[in-house]
Design a protein around this ligand. Structure first.
Ligand SMILES: *[C@@H]1O[C@H](CO)[C@@H](O)[C@H](O)[C@H]1NC(C)=O
Length: 237
């Protein structure tokens, strides 16, 4: 609150110095809006506080596969039936809904990210997209009984290890993800870092054979997961 007061004071000072009364009146209205906003909704307060914090803390760990904050991510696709909760706001809304379920795993996700040199925000995004932090699973399985754990490994392709929300599961799944990214790097040496990461994401979900051209990384899964990853990056992952 102290910085709010200083900020407000600075604005008032600028108003006085500029001597433009109509200007300072509109600035005062603007300040009032900014100052009132954090109390109007809890979400607004959280976002504002966080953006102030992130400027005070050192940059977060990005891992070995590029800086996701600089990569394009258009969010969930806006097809028929999903016209309201789509695009970047849609992805962020879903990521926000999963934030509480993901928090207990934050330390574990960071540890596994560090071990495999993968951005923890990307791991959080995959967990959010595929299992909503485990909240939609039944004893760790999806409704079809084929996919297991926070990162939803298909039992027909992999042998899911240990319990559904264990460190072993995350280590196994993130290991598979990095294997896929490396396979895409090898298969498409001319692709950019972002394309390799997006290709690896697609291959994690659908297998490396499923990625043949750049069209194959232009999917709802990739666009949505990348947008969620940016959200989780801004929320401490
Ligand atoms: C994915 O995002 C790209 C832009 O980054 C966009 O051109 C494309 O239409 C999106 N694909 C889907 C399936 O939403």
């Amino acid at each position: 609150m102290l910085s709010f007061a200083l900020f407000g004071g600075l604005f008032a000072l600028i108003g006085v110095i500029s001597g433009d009364s109509s200007n300072s009146a509109s600035e005062a209205r603007h300040m009032k809006r900014i100052l009132l906003k954090p109390d109007s909704t809890s979400r607004g307060s959280h976002t504002f506080t966080h953006s102030m914090n992130s400027r005070l803390h050192p940059p977060l760990y990005h891992g070995c596969y590029g800086d996701i904050t600089t990569m394009e991510a258009s969010g969930a696709s806006c097809d028929i039936g999903k016209l309201i909760n789509c695009g970047i706001p849609g992805s962020e809304m879903f990521a926000d809904m999963d934030l509480r379920a993901l928090k207990p795993y934050q330390t574990l996700i960071k540890e596994v990210g560090l071990r495999h040199c993968v951005d923890p925000a990307l791991i959080a995004a995959i967990i959010s997209r595929l299992s909503h932090g485990g909240t939609v699973l039944l004893d760790g399985w999806d409704h079809t009984g084929n996919k297991f754990g926070l990162m939803q490994l298909d039992k027909n392709i992999h042998q899911p290890a240990a319990t559904w929300d264990s460190k072993e599961h995350l280590l196994q799944a993130v290991g598979i993800l990095t294997d896929r990214i490396k396979a895409i790097q090898k298969k498409f040496p001319s692709w950019s870092e972002a394309q390799h990461l997006k290709g690896g994401l697609s291959a994690f979900k659908s297998g490396a054979e499923a990625v043949a051209t750049l069209k194959d990384i232009d999917t709802d899964f990739v666009n949505d997961t990348m947008a969620r990853a940016k959200f989780f990056k801004r929320h401490g992952f």
